[in-house]
Design a protein around this ligand. Structure first.
Ligand SMILES: Nc1nc2c(c(=O)[nH]1)N[C@H]1C(S)=C(S)[C@@H](COP(=O)(O)OP(=O)(O)OC[C@H]3O[C@@H](n4cnc5c(=O)[nH]c(N)nc54)[C@H](O)[C@@H]3O)O[C@H]1N2
Ligand SMILES: Nc1nc2c(c(=O)[nH]1)N[C@H]1C(S)=C(S)[C@@H](COP(=O)(O)OP(=O)(O)OC[C@H]3O[C@@H](n4cnc5c(=O)[nH]c(N)nc54)[C@H](O)[C@@H]3O)O[C@H]1N2
Ligand code: SF4
Ligand SMILES: [Mo]
Length: 732
């Protein structure tokens, strides 16, 4: 160790996070972030985002102080204020809205799985509003968790950690080599493949994993329900299921068998565009290779048949007997997942009934939901129209709403209608530009937290620790506590460390102890259901869901054609002949983040649309051309990349805005995928999910349309690099 340098164990949160890191601090400056070789998850490795943490920390474009709007909303005029003034303004507005309309008229927003995720919900409960939201609740991960709970009593995850390597991984609508799903898993899955695991990849794009797979099923976006049902048809009809497990540990197998008879592979071929022989061969391989496991992703959660789709896919590992066995799909250990922080009991029943969407989408927001949140299109409509009741204030902690919710134009109209809007973020964004008050947030190196990773069998509890403080930035949790204190709330005012210590009590440790240890892990246990049964009503795996039956939904999975498709809307398909899918995670970015970080943006300066070379040739498009992608809702430009994606499918990247361009818009209307997506009904009947993928589009080039682009971005990025070094030297 160099003289004077202190090394802290922590957890990288440049993505949802999970990699154990060593943070090297020299006289108050972070000089290096390296992978912790002792971490059981990443074993010393880091991805490009983790390596760029210091450029994030010292980035000159960060928000440094609280700001208040001085001109009209959205005109980009700001004035520095003190924290005291900022917090008092927010408190006054909350009190006004609460008095005039009721606490449910204050909405609390946040982004995807940040360190403060549960604390935001805690604050909403303490404040007495049922209306907290996040772009992912009906569209990301929560549907998988809910399907897991109603089927298995828990969220099953892949077992990469024990003595036995999975022999087969079914990678479905997911690209874990890039996305993780939560970062750290990218290292683990690559290691697992090196040891000889066979892959089945279900994806319209040829991902790196698809290149290594025994089977790459190039599916039509939005038809995963049909494919899953037909794979079960093969497994059951050919007697490839695990009879013993099914008989002893599941309910509803007969009814499921009858249901899947409706979906033979020959039928599925027409729907999914995957040849029936491939469906059969993949199903056979998965059923015959033991142990096998399932890596499923967010692509399953972006259509209005979301819940039945994730349920259909979730049943495959059960009928093949891969549940909670070494190298299979295992149930969590729940080290720190006892979430005493939520304060659910603080929200009166009458308020719960008022949650936006509670009357319709019972699994997402009803009174008996496992994890209730507001339905976003209903909430935003209430902001615009006052129906079913007015929503007047919106306090957002880490969400770039204009870029990440469907139908960005309507999101803009909704935000512009608010009486009060505050945004806490690390950077100025096109969304923050619409606020009345902006609060500067801390990066992960300035934050104390406990990290429990839902995707990694929950058998590791890790520490994330504040090693520096920058400008006047604060961690979100501190703001919730301070607001609760100033509002004289009955709860939500305890200091953070007390909350952490309560969470850690069952593990027999305290937060300050964990800071030195870095993490605690537990011995893996398998076939836990033999001792404790499954945590469902029947104590078994519910192939037939009694939970869904009780709430009036179909207890068995079924297929539904996407609402905008060549089959559902042939007229629209004539004008828009290609299928659009959006997302497809990028190694260098995290959703809408990091376009300001020199080495990350330098690695990928432009938004990319993937097109098959055959289709591109028909459209006279060449590699590197800027092209228009248009749907019935709008059009955007991205740069063409020719890849073996299905010839009738295009994939646009999401999350794009251009911090190098002029504010307050920062180019948010140019390449933003959510100008193409739809927040209109139909929604998933149980979850209210809208359509981020499987829409119709057309792609074309206009010779005279030159997009700004690459050179300007790189010039700006180089400037940012120099300024970051300068800030690092003076380290304010
Ligand atoms: N078309 C399309 N749209 C999508 C998707 C898609 O695939 N296609 N994916 C959807 C999914 S799965 C998700 S999860 C959402 C993600 O949607 P968001 O969560 O909105 O996305 P991010 O860009 O990750 O984060 C938003 C903001 O949080 C700020 N931030 C980061 N860390 C902190 C922090 O600690 N505190 C505070 N206060 N701010 C912070 C960032 O600077 C950024 O401006 O997008 C959804 N939207
Ligand atoms: N580097 C990085 N990591 C991330 C993120 C990031 O932005 N960058 N975002 C984080 C977030 S919020 C999330 S939710 C996860 C998401 O991570 P993933 O679940 O991996 O999500 P995507 O990469 O958007 O989509 C996965 C794959 O689904 C394919 N796909 C698209 N449409 C369909 C379809 O209809 N059916 C099927 N079967 N496949 C389809 C895409 O081509 C893509 O390869 O990643 C997290 N980790
Ligand atoms: S995978 Fe995620 S946690 Fe790991 S280094 Fe990359 S950004 Fe950090
Ligand atoms: Mo997500």
């Amino acid at each position: 160790m160099t003289e004077g340098i202190k090394i802290y164990k922590s957890t990288c949160r440049m993505c949802h996070g999970g990699c154990g890191v060593l943070v090297h601090v020299d006289q108050g400056k972070v000089v290096k972030v390296t992978g912790d070789p002792e971490s059981p998850l990443n074993k010393g490795k880091l991805c490009p985002k983790g390596l760029a943490s210091i450029e994030h920390l010292y980035n000159p474009n960060r928000l440094k102080y609280p700001l208040k709007r001085t001109g009209k909303r959205g005109k980009g005029k700001w004035e520095r204020i003190t924290w005291d003034e900022a917090l008092n303004t927010i408190v006054k507005k909350i009190q006004e809205v609460r008095e005039n309309y009721g606490s449910e008229s204050i909405a609390i927003g946040q982004g995807t799985g940040r360190h403060h995720f549960f604390h935001t919900i805690r604050f909403a409960n303490a404040l007495g509003t049922p209306n907290w939201c996040e772009p992912g609740t009906a569209q990301c991960f929560i549907p998988r968790i809910l399907a897991g709970i109603m089927t298995y009593g828990d969220l099953p995850v892949c077992d990469y950690y024990g003595e036995v390597n999975p022999a087969c991984v079914l990678v479905w609508g997911h690209n874990p080599a890039v996305s993780g799903p939560d970062g750290e898993l990218q290292f683990t899955i690559k290691e697992c493949i090196k040891k000889g695991t066979k892959l089945i990849v279900i994806d319209p794009r040829q991902t790196d994993l698809a290149k290594e797979a025994e089977f790459w099923l190039r599916i039509r976006p939005g038809t995963d329900d049909a494919l899953a049902l037909s794979m079960m048809n093969v497994i059951i009809n050919e007697d490839l299921y695990d009879q013993e497990f099914v008989e002893q540990w599941t309910v509803g197998f007969d009814r499921l068998s009858k249901r899947v008879l409706e979906y033979p592979p020959e039928w599925a071929e027409k729907i999914t565009w995957v040849p029936s022989e491939q469906i059969k061969a993949a199903a056979r391989m998965f059923a015959k290779t033991k142990p096998a496991t399932l890596e499923w992703g967010v692509a399953l959660e972006h259509t209005p048949n979301c819940l039945q789709t994730v349920r259909a896919v979730a049943l495959i590992p059960a009928i093949t007997g891969n549940i909670d066995v070494p190298g299979g799909w295992i149930l969590g250990m729940h080290l720190i997942q006892t979430l005493p922080v939520l304060l659910q009991g603080r929200l009166p029943d009458a308020k719960k009934d008022k949650r936006m969407g509670a009357d319709k989408f019972k699994v997402l927001c009803g009174s008996d939901s496992f994890f209730p949140s507001a339905h976003v299109p209903t909430l935003f409509r209430a902001m615009r129209t006052g129906d079913p009741y007015p929503v007047k204030a919106f306090l957002v902690f880490g969400n770039n709403a204009l870029v990440t919710y469907a139908n960005s134009k309507e999101v803009y109209d909704s935000l512009m209608k608010l009486d009060f809007f505050s945004v806490m973020d690390i950077y100025m964004t096109p969304t923050a530009e619409l606020a009345d008050i902006i609060l500067p947030a801390a990066t992960w190196l300035e934050v104390d937290q406990l990290v429990g990773l839902p995707f990694v069998a929950n058998n590791v509890a890790q520490v994330q620790q504040k090693v520096v403080e920058m400008w006047e930035c604060r961690q979100d949790e501190e703001v919730f506590i301070e607001l609760a204190r100033r509002l004289n709330l009955e709860s939500g005012t305890e200091p953070l460390e007390k909350i952490f210590n309560n969470q850690l009590r069952p593990l027999g440790t305290r937060f300050d102890e964990l800071k030195t240890k870095g993490y605690i892990s537990a011995q893996m246990e398998y076939r836990k259901f033999e001792k404790r049964k499954f945590a469902t009503l029947s104590g078994k795996v519910e192939l037939y869901s009694t939970y869904l039956e009780r709430h009036g939904y179909d207890p068995l999975p079924s297929y539904q054609e996407p609402p905008e498709s060549p089959i559902s809307t042939p007229k629209i398909a004539k004008k828009y002949p290609l299928i659009l899918t959006t997302g497809g995670r990028i190694q260098h970015f995290f959703c809408s983040e990091y376009r300001q970080i020199p080495t990350l943006r330098g690695g990928q300066p432009d938004p990319i649309v993937e097109i098959n070379p055959e289709t591109a040739a028909e459209l006279n498009i060449e590699e590197g051309d800027w092209v228009w992608i248009e749907t019935p809702r709008g059009r955007i430009q991205q740069k063409a990349k020719l890849t073996p994606i299905h010839p009738k499918v295009v994939n646009v990247q999401f999350g794009w805005w251009f911090p190098e361009e002029e504010g307050p818009e920062y180019g948010v209307w140019k390449s933003n995928a959510n100008l193409l997506t739809s927040n209109a009904p139909p929604y998933d009947p149980a979850l209210g999910t809208y359509q981020l993928r499987a829409l119709l589009c057309k792609v074309y080039k206009k010779g005279d349309d030159k997009r700004f682009g690459t050179k300007a971005a790189i010039k700006w990025i180089n400037k940012v690099k120099q300024h970051s070094r300068y800030i690092f030297r003076i380290c304010i």
